[in-house]
Design a binder for this molecule. Structure first.
Ligand code: HEC
Ligand code: HEC
Length: 452
């Protein structure tokens, strides 16, 4: 053994002995073990902590029933679970969701009398973290320190809203979100004229009518009282929304993935290839630049030059211009929110219009969006999916690519690197939620429950 080798050996020995300790007195990662420095890197990017509000059991039970109950849809034919089914990774396995009027569940769901919802149904994992503020692909539902509530309903927006009785229970953006699927004609409300609630012209009236429907069912009366106490004189939709959010938070918050075990100090929880993937994620591939924070999302908006499938959400020509739809700023065109990544292996297909079906394709797209976009358009097998081939729009999509992606050089990533990043993403999987919640066999309305 020459001198250099002895020194290297000693350094290794010292760093290994540090592995057990969790206190990091200084940030000089060169003296840390490989695992500790990886953990430090994640923590520096806000990843690893899972902090959320616990709710009482009765509230969660009420929310569970409402989440699976079609009573909240105008024509009593669709529930939240239809598009966010626990057995389907809290999504629906479809590129684009099919709204009310559709038949079936998961990949077998057919349009029938329903319409495509213009976007991919996101999974619902770890959306109840205390520090999360923004939801939806374009961030149109948010609660911020500066502005208070931001939503499609001005009556509840801001810090001093007109409809205060509705905002008192809005404790988190997840509660706010649960106000809106029920007001969308295509998602849950039903076409104008198809039921008495869809004829109502204001969101406030829709929420009131739906609340009346729920309250009229004695079992729900009891559950509301159990959850909120007897002293409440009148229930309103905020009590429904808050219970749904409590259920989502309680059931879909994960903290026992192999990644979490690794973050809690178990070096053996990840294989060496998964660790290599994690190093790429935090290092050379710079995924943490955007996928950071308690839920692997910076809650910001970027254009990745992703293709559009189906009827895009947009006021003009069904073109989905993403964040710009809502912010009305030209520079936000084609930007979408960085999606959270926990349990991401369970919720294919991916991207805002469900264009990509595998994690590998998603990673390859990130590493060279321009090439991936062009290849996608050129692949005839994608044409059956109602792909947007409009030349001008597609040039604009390409040109909108976030400047971040100019710094990545795809040739620097081998196939093995890409596989390793995918292996790492798969360590974020924690399926324990499936044991915790069972699809209820019945709900208080007596309506049919979607079962896999
Ligand atoms: C027809 C299918 C469908 C139904 C029914 C539905 N959703 Fe969704 N959900 C979606 C789609 C699609 C999106 C993304 C829409 C967008 O961003 O424009 C979404 C977004 C969300 C989000 C935001 C996720 C994120 O990461 O930003 C939450 C939370 C959510 N839904 C919960 C619910 C709840 C609660 C219900 C029932 C009250 C419900 N959904 C009913 C399809 C559906
Ligand atoms: C510049 C910000 C940024 C960086 C860097 C970034 N992403 Fe993304 N990521 C996004 C955005 C924005 C989307 C959604 C794009 C869309 O739907 O059009 C996305 C989508 C994804 C999805 C699909 C999630 C879903 O629910 O559909 C995965 C998986 C993903 N990214 C993983 C990664 C990995 C792995 C890396 C590193 C190789 C990475 N991202 C780097 C911003 C980023």
């Amino acid at each position: 053994m020459n001198f250099l080798k002895i020194i290297t050996f000693l350094v290794l020995l010292i760093s290994c002995s540090k592995e057990q300790g969790h206190i990091l007195p200084f940030e000089d990662s060169s003296s840390l073990s490989e695992e500790e420095s990886l953990r430090l890197n994640f923590r520096k990017n806000g990843i690893g902590k899972v902090e959320f509000q616990k709710e009482n059991e009765e509230l969660v039970d009420l929310g569970r029933n409402l989440f699976f109950d079609k009573i909240l849809s105008g024509n009593k034919n669709i529930s939240c679970a239809t598009c966010h089914h626990p057995e389907l990774g809290t999504s629906d396995s479809l590129a684009l969701s099919i709204g009310e009027g559709g038949i079936g569940l998961g990949e077998d769901r057919e349009k029938h009398e329903g319409e495509f919802v213009p976007r991919n149904s996101p999974h619902l994992f770890n959306l109840g973290m205390n520090d999360l503020t923004t939801l939806m692909w374009d961030g149109r539902i948010a609660i911020t320190q500066e502005e208070g509530i931001l939503s499609p309903e001005i009556g509840i927006n801001g810090k001093d809203p007109r409809l205060k009785y509705l905002t008192e229970n809005i404790d988190h953006v997840l509660t706010l979100q649960a106000f809106f699927p029920v007001t969308s004609n295509d998602e849950m409300l039903g076409k104008f004229g198809s039921n008495e609630i869809s004829n109502l012209t204001s969101n406030e009236d829709i929420w009131e009518a739906l609340t009346n429907r729920v309250v009229e069912i004695p079992e729900y009366q009891d559950k509301l009282k159990d959850a909120y106490g007897d002293q409440i004189e009148e229930f309103n939709y905020s009590h429904i929304a808050r219970a749904i959010a409590a259920f989502e938070r309680d059931s879909f918050t994960l903290k026992e993935s192999r990644f979490d075990k690794f973050m809690n100090g178990d070096n053996t929880a990840l294989t060496s290839r998964e660790k290599a993937g994690a190093r790429l994620f935090t290092g050379k591939a710079r995924c943490v630049q955007c996928h950071n924070g308690s839920n692997f999302s910076d809650e910001n908006f970027y254009s990745l030059s992703t293709p559009q499938k189906g009827p895009g959400k947009g006021q003009i020509d069904q073109e989905d211009i993403g964040r710009a739809n809502f912010s009305k700023k030209l520079e936000d065109k084609y930007k979408f929110k960085t999606p959270p990544l926990r349990n991401i292996a369970l919720s294919a297909p991916y991207f805002h219009s469900g264009s990509h079906h595998s994690l590998e394709a998603v990673i390859r797209h990130h590493l060279n969006p321009k090439r991936s976009f062009e290849e996608y358009l050129a692949d005839p097998s994608n044409s059956i999916d109602n792909l947007d081939y409009n030349v001008d729009r597609n040039i604009a999509r390409l040109n909108s690519l976030d400047s971040f992606f100019n710094v990545l050089i795809v040739e620097e990533f081998s196939d093995l690197d890409i596989e390793n990043i995918e292996l790492f993403l798969r360590t974020l999987t924690d399926e324990s939620f499936k044991d915790k919640i069972e699809t209820p066999s019945r709900v208080p309305s007596g309506l049919e429950v979607d079962q896999i």
